[in-house]
Each structure stands twice: as C-alpha cells, then as structure tokens.
Ligand binder design. Structure first.
Ligand code: GLA
Ligand code: GLA
Length: 644
C-alpha cells in the first residue's frame, strides 16, 4: 500500500538497482515515473531515445516494483515550443507565459492536442503491455500554477467554437447572456471577445461560460489521453493526480475518464494556501490543520467513484509555500495512516530522493539530498511499512452516513460574482466539513446529481445553479437536508431565476430570498432561537412562506428554516452558528456523535477505527477501545487503531 515518485533520469544509471532494492526493503510496492521526461525521450522531433527508460523500467520491475507511468505532457520540450509557439498559455493581462518551468501550454491549442496525442501514442505503444506497468497517470496536476484558464487568441477561438456548439445561434447566445445590456450584442460567434481587459467588469454570464468552457476542455483533453492509453494498454488502470484546494475545473468530469482518482497531499504547504486566520496558521504550521488531508481524501474518493490514491505524499518540508517548516516528528507516519483510514489504496511519497539541483532542491524526499541516507520521512515511511506488514490487509471502507454535496461550478460562479469580497466557496465547504468532523462523524462527498438516497444527513454548503438532476437527487433524499446560502440563486445562463432564489429549490425549502446583504469584516447579524451565533459575510432576507422558522436574526427575520426534512440557512454562519446548526441537523437525523477535541480526529474503515492526534496534549481513546496499533493514551502526533 506504499509507493514513491522516482525520477531515474535524475540519477546515474549505476544507482537504479540499489534504489529499487531499498524501496522494497521498506515495504514500497509501487513506483511512479516518467511524467516530466519528454526532453529525454524525444530530444528533438521524431528522434526517440527510449532505451534508458526501457532499462529503468526493467530494473524497477526486476526488483518486484509495480510501475505507474506518467504521460510527459506537463513539460513540453524547448524544441516543440519553438516550433509551435501557439501552444503557450496567456495570462489574463495578455502576457504570454513562456518556457522554463512546466505546464506552459493552453488546453485550447489544436496544435497542442495533436502533439500530445503523438507523444502519448508513442509512450503507450512502447510500454502498454510491459509486465511491470500496472497503471498510468495522465499529465501532471491539471490546473497547477494557475493553468486552467488561458487568455490568448487560441483560447478565444476555442471559446467561440464551444459557444457555437452550446448555443447554436448567436441570437440564443445574446438572449442567454443578456447582451442588450450596455450594447454588448454580437452579430456572430466570431465577434466573441475574451471576457478580460474590459474597461469595467465583463458580463458575468460570459465569464461564467468562459470558465465552464475551460473546465470542459480539460475533461476532453484528459479523455483524449485515456483513449489512446486504453487502446495500447489493456488491463491497466488510469489515474490523474489532482491537487489540494483547486476547484477551477470540474474534477468529477475528469474522474469520469479515469479508473481511480489520486491526489497530491502536502498538508503543511496547504496551511499557507488556505485562508486560515494567522492564529490558526501558527497553531497548525508544523502538523497541518487536522481536516486538510482528510477533506481531500473524502473528496477524491468521490471523484474516483470509491477508489483513490495519494500519488504524492509530503515527506518533510516542501519548497513552494511562503514558509516551509519541518513537520513535527511522527507527522509523515500520521498522514500516511490517515490516508489509509480514509480508504486510500496506496500512499506514494514525493519523492524518493531530495534533488540537489534545480527548482525543488529545498523539497525533502525519503532520502537526503543526492544521497542514500534515509531522511526522517524515509524512516517514518519504513515504520508504516512494518506496521502494515504486521496488520495485514485492511478492510474495505464502507459508506458514511453524512454526505456533503460539492459543486465545482459554485466555485467559479462565486468567483465570477463574489458580491462580498470574502465569499469563498472552498472556505465555506471546508468549515462545514470541519464542524462535522469535530462531532466525530465520517463524511462522504457527493457530486451534484449523485445518489443521496441512503444518507441520514445531506449538507449542501452552497449550490448556486441547481440543475434538474441535482434537484431530483435532493428531492429524493430521505435524510435531513441542510442548504447553505446562495443555493439556487442562478439559472443555467447565470440569470436570477424568475421565482427568485432558491429557484427550483423553493418547493423543498418553502422560502424565497428577496434581498442579499454582504457584510464587511466587523459587521454581523446576531441569530437566536433553536441555535444561536451570528451571520457574517453574507445575509439573506427571506420570506418564510411555507416552512417553520427555527432561528431568527435580530430584527425577527428568518435565519434558519425547516420544511419537512429540509433545512435552510440564510447566511454565512460564524463558528457558533455553524456548530449549532450542524448539531441540530445531526440530532434531527438521529445520528450518534462522538464530539472530539479540535486536535483529534476519528475515522472508520470497515470494522477498524482510527484516531489521530494533531495537537500538543494527550487524549484517551473511548473505554471500549483495545488498540491493535498505538496505546489507549493517544499522545501528540500518534495514531491508534482498534476494532469496533
Ligand atoms: C453608475 C452608472 C450606471 C450604473 C450605476 C450602478 O452610476 O452610471 O449605469 O452602472 O453606476 O450603481
Ligand atoms: C506537485 C507536483 C510535483 C512536485 C510537488 C512538490 O505536487 O506534482 O511534481 O512539484 O508538487 O511539492
């Protein structure tokens, strides 16, 4: 269940066999290679030098390792960029993004599709049936370094074609976008301009479609790679390595192409990336916040339709955050066990050996820079290897009783039209997840339209546009359903629904939103009733037409309503209101909770229960727990596993 990312092209060939042997010695079974090696397999057009990679694959295979081969499209080589500069991406300000790092391509370039298909075909044909190859990774981290959207002429042309397919006639496009406003009417699809560099804000409907177009394009590009791989590599699975806190394309759609999802877990790096308070950042700097890794494990388990890996696991300090502390002793082991607890099939460390050269020379590996000496992370990985050998096969993870409906499109809807500067979609979802996890509950993520029938509780932090499939799934949920702010507030064309928000959800909630107020930091609206706290950031004015009012704002307006099994919250809740509301929903759903301190997390995998201590104090396991691993007194950075 352990893997590692390895770059044979970074090390002299004489070292490969020893590296492979040492991987096996610590219990590593899988190795991912090849995803950045284009310039070494095709140093100039049509001149292929695969022999070194043949030998590397043979050496790893001979050592008993299972190989995951990456397609090298994240790093188009210099000769290709020189030959076809139209593959380069553009910044929103019109500046081209050049050669010299990675991901320097736009998904809109037809040349790029052709060149990608060519190299993927070559690699897949050569290695597709090699007995050492068990799976494939397409590209590397779509969207990394802000590369989902690109703003050049190739993008404009591809956008115009996408619009033509979706709207058929320019009249329909004008109608959908409301271009009569400010004389923006278009005479043909070719008139479509990039929604950028306008005098004041461009039309949000255009911007919204531009985002959706890029999202669709990534899924199509990925499918193109998958189809080529499947043709040449029967019986092998395909994955892609997604990232943390990146929502700017619909990962569920890419997941539909794949056999399993994987993601790159850098829990400490993400502490700097997520909008935590300074106090939280300092508190969690050396362990990470206890929900960051877990949140993504649960998300990607859904993206992979039940199957996921951690393709890259942080093994020590990284190089790319504003500050990069050494993780506290024990954290690399803890993160590994936590991924397994959430159902990961394999946890693969990034990377085998710290590079003593180039951009990532400050990024730890399982071995010290350039050497064959274990790092702290390497020793902790070896410890997990021994523990796994002792415990044997882990049971399958079952289904949780709580579902969190996660809607990527709501990310770009709220980016396109924030209305309040701090309405941050990922922060909303993360805080709802955190509050549920603090009650000791396991959570499944579900895509819009996904089956909700068997969940006791369904939370929807927000879903701006509710399509018919999503509406039907929500209407069919038998458990308690809780909606957050902005739900149902736009239609497919980014218009306000005629019946007003929550649009198609009105028959479920029995509410109607007539006004919205966004509240700057410092402003809040107190809430009291069955729950108390305050609305911050975003506050809706609601007609409670056909529902009970459970809590009210200071002026008596409804803040939390209930109609049958459906609850609706009319604001962005502060911590008290969020905790209270979720507690109420959990009680209404009849779920048992096991509230834990904010530094402890629990997770069930089959009949195994896991506990993780992210804090600085010990915590005692429940009386009945008889640990298979760890001790009843769970000390900081420790893991316990028991049957229950
Ligand atoms: C200005 C403009 C109007 C409208 C308003 C919105 O006053 O003249 O067209 O954009 O701002 O507040
Ligand atoms: C990402 C990439 C890797 C590497 C790591 C460093 O996850 O996929 O190639 O750059 O970050 O943390």
């Amino acid at each position: 269940m352990l893997g590692v990312c390895y770059y044979p092209e970074h090390w002299d060939e004489s070292r490969w066999a020893k590296d492979a042997r040492r991987m096996r010695e610590i219990g590593i079974s899988h190795v991912r290679i090849g995803e950045f090696a284009w310039s070494r397999i095709e140093p100039c057009r049509d001149h292929f030098t695969f022999e070194w990679l043949d030998r590397a694959i043979d050496v790893l295979h001979a050592a008993g390792l299972k190989i995951v081969l990456g397609t090298p499209t994240a790093t188009p080589p210099k000769w290709l960029v020189d030959e076809y500069p139209d593959i380069l991406p553009f910044e929103e300000n019109g500046q081209v993004r050049g050669f010299g790092s990675r991901r320097h391509y736009t998904f809109s370039s037809r040349t790029w599709w052709r060149e990608s298909a060519r190299i993927v075909e070559k690699v897949a044909a050569r290695y597709g049936t090699h007995p050492g190859i068990v799976g494939w990774q397409t590209d590397n981290e779509y969207g990394c370094h802000d590369t989902t959207l690109s703003w050049g002429e190739e993008d404009r042309k591809a956008f115009a074609s996408w619009l033509r397919r979706h709207y058929q006639s320019v009249d329909q496009l004008n109608e959908a976008w409301g271009t009569v406003f400010w004389s923006m009417e278009l005479a043909s699809f070719e008139d479509v301009a990039l929604p950028a560099r306008t005098v004041t804000e461009p039309n949000p409907a255009t911007r919204h479609d531009f985002w959706r177009f890029h999202s669709d394009q990534i899924a199509d590009y990925d499918r193109m790679q998958c189809e080529i791989i499947r043709k040449h590599s029967p019986g092998r699975w395909i994955t892609h390595n997604f990232m943390g806190f990146v929502s700017d394309f619909d990962h569920f759609k890419v997941g539909d192409n794949l056999d399993l999802a994987s993601w790159d877990s850098y829990p400490i790096g993400f502490v700097e990336k997520f909008p935590f308070s300074e106090a939280e950042r300092t508190r969690w700097a050396e362990t990470s916040h206890p929900d960051i890794a877990a949140y993504h494990h649960d998300l990607y388990r859904a993206v992979g339709r039940g199957r996921f890996w951690v393709m890259e696991q942080q093994p020590g300090p990284v190089n790319w955050a504003p500050w990069n502390p050494v993780p506290k002793p024990g954290m690399v082991r803890l993160w590994t066990w936590e991924a397994l607890a959430h159902g990961a099939e394999v946890v693969s460390y990034f990377r085998w050996r710290q590079a003593d050269f180039a951009q990532e020379q400050m990024h730890a590996g399982l071995n010290l820079a350039g050497s064959d000496e274990w790092s702290v992370g390497g020793r902790e990985a070896a410890q997990v290897g021994r523990e796994l050998a002792m415990l044997g096969t882990l049971p399958d993870s079952g289904r949780a009783q709580v579902a969190l409906v996660f809607d990527y499109a709501s990310y770009w809807s709220t980016m396109v039209q924030p209305q309040g500067k701090d309405f941050r979609f990922e922060e909303l979802c993360f805080r709802w997840y955190e509050a549920l996890r603090r009650l000791g509950l396991d959570v499944d993520f579900v895509r819009p339209g996904g089956d909700l029938a068997d969940y006791r509780l369904v939370v929807v932090p927000t879903m701006v546009h509710v399509d018919e499939a999503a509406r039907a799934a929500l209407a069919g949920a038998e458990g308690v359903v809780l909606f957050g702010p902005r739900s149902g507030s736009r239609d497919r064309s980014f218009r306000i629904p005629q019946e007003l928000a929550p649009g198609p959800l009105q028959p479920l909630t029995g509410t109607r939103v007539t006004q919205v107020s966004t509240l700057r930091p410092g402003l809040s609206d107190a809430v009291s009733g069955e729950v108390s706290g305050a609305g911050i950031r975003w506050r809706e004015y609601v007609d409670a037409r056909d529902c009970a009012v459970l809590a009210r704002f200071a002026n008596g307006d409804p803040a939390l309503t209930r109609r049958g099994n459906v609850m609706a919250l009319a604001c962005w809740p502060d911590e008290d209101l969020l905790t209270g509301t979720l507690r109420l929903a959990v009680e209404a759903a009849g779920l048992d909770t096991l509230p834990v301190p904010d530094f402890i997390r629990l997770r069930r995998r089959g009949d195994l229960l896991f506990a993780f201590n992210y804090g600085t104090q010990p915590w005692d396991l429940p009386e009945s727990a008889n640990p298979l691993l760890g001790t009843r007194r769970l000390t900081p950075q420790q893991v316990a596993i028991w049957r229950g």
